[in-house]
Design a binder for this molecule. Structure first.
Ligand SMILES: Nc1ncnc2c1ncn2[C@@H]1O[C@H](COP(=O)(O)OP(=O)(O)OP(=O)(O)O)[C@@H](O)[C@H]1O
Ligand SMILES: [Mg+2]
Length: 252
């Protein structure tokens, strides 16, 4: 469903993706892990055409990301970026309605409004729909951005650190929501997440990046291993199994 072939991407002459290849199947949750600066956000930017490749090829749902019409791409994939630059004077509902733009072209129909309310309900922000973004806590604002992406109602969702600034309960809720989207709604979700154990618990596969390349891609137990964690994070860790999933405990 998502095919990244020998992707090379450079910022001002410095290569950040260095011939990265990965194949992500339809449906299910793939977590992208890796150290700060490894290229995770850049990979998401490349997969969603926010940054052009120098060479290589990326297809999402059969669409070539570099040549597909914008509207077709926007109906196929929605992206939550690590940093969002929108005016905080918008209300939560107005922000979520932005997600409908590829469908409505700016004129919201009944179906669009329904999707917006559904998305707000999904992230438990129905009661705060009329609040402006600058009147929310960091975690509530983060959930409002997630609602915008959900409202887009695409087959593929790419979320860059959706758990940042969420408390424990809301982190778990958002991860559960991500699993529901994959398991019950058949979505393909690619999520950048720093918490390797939470990633291992919720994902069908993990894609570990290091220095602009994929170093390991597979089921949680194939990736969350001491050797891989050493290579990817330069960390010594013991890996236990809890609830059938690997759980890494770094050594002090
Ligand atoms: N717009 C840019 N211009 C120049 N260099 C950039 C730009 N964006 C990112 N980089 C560089 O590219 C490399 C990869 O950055 P990227 O944001 O993809 O890392 P990341 O894995 O998402 O890290 P983090 O976990 O900190 O979010 C870093 O060395 C970064 O400094
Ligand atoms: Mg990043």
């Amino acid at each position: 469903m998502i095919r990244v072939e020998q992707a090379v991407l450079a910022y001002g002459g410095v290569e950040v993706l260095k011939g990265l290849s990965a194949s992500i199947p339809s449906g299910g949750v793939t977590s992208v892990i890796g150290a700060n600066g490894a290229g995770k956000s850049t990979l998401l930017s490349a997969m969603s055409r926010l940054a052009p490749l120098r060479s290589g090829r990326i297809t999402v749902g059969g669409l070539d990301v570099s040549t597909a019409p914008s509207r077709a791409l926007a109906r196929m994939l929605a992206v939550l970026r690590q940093e969002n630059h929108v005016t905080l004077r918008l209300t939560v509902r107005e922000l979520a309605a932005f997600g409908r733009f590829p469908h409505s072209g700016g004129r919201l129909r009944a179906e669009d409004l329904e999707r917006v309310e559904e998305a707000l309900g999904f992230v438990s922000l129905g009661a705060l729909a009329e609040r402006r973004l600058d009147e929310l806590s960091g975690g509530q604002r983060q959930r409002a951005f997630i609602a915008m992406v959900l409202a887009q109602d695409t087959e593929v969702l790419m979320l860059d650190e959706p758990l940042s600034s969420l408390d424990m309960r809301h982190s778990v809720e958002v991860m559960r929501l991500i699993c529901t989207l994959a398991d019950e709604h058949g979505k393909t979700v690619v999520v950048v997440i720093h918490d390797v154990n939470l990633a291992a618990r919720c994902s069908d596969s993990l894609l570990a990046l290091k220095d602009g390349q994929a170093v390991c891609h597979g089921a949680p137990e194939e990736v969350v291993r001491p050797e891989v964690l050493r290579e990817v994070f330069d960390v010594e860790a013991d890996v236990h199994r809890i609830g059938g999933r690997p759980f890494a405990v770094p050594r002090w």
